[in-house]
Design a protein around this ligand. Structure first.
Ligand SMILES: [Zn+2]
Length: 109
């Protein structure tokens, strides 16, 4: 079974910090306040900066089958959408030189 959640925020002044705080709040609402989030730098063709998103395993303290004995569960990628993608999708006008945006794509099997 595959689940996917996509979220996109487009506005001026939005930063990677907004993305990270929103995801942390979302993950803690789902799995509890003790769960930690981890963002590792990564590459995705449509976002810069980009990160792989993981959260600490809520089912164990030292590793289990759910987290493949790593203590972390990877959810997917996230990052700031390249403004050229927003122009191509007609989300912003071509004349806008820099429209900060944040996107999160969380996928889990
Ligand atoms: Zn575990």
């Amino acid at each position: 079974m595959f689940h996917q959640i996509e979220a996109l925020v487009i506005d001026r002044g939005i930063t990677m910090g907004d993305l990270m705080g929103t995801i942390e709040t979302f993950i803690q609402a789902l799995f509890g306040d003790d769960v930690r989030t981890r963002f590792l730098p990564s590459f995705f063709p449509f976002t810069e900066p980009s990160a792989e998103l993981s959260f600490s395993c809520p089912f164990c303290t030292g590793g289990c089958r759910v987290c493949s004995h790593t203590g972390w569960i990877e959810l997917g990628g996230c990052g700031v959408v390249d403004p050229n993608v927003l122009v191509a999708g007609e989300w912003i006008p071509r004349s806008t030189p820099d429209s900060p945006s944040v996107s999160a794509s969380i996928a889990s099997r």
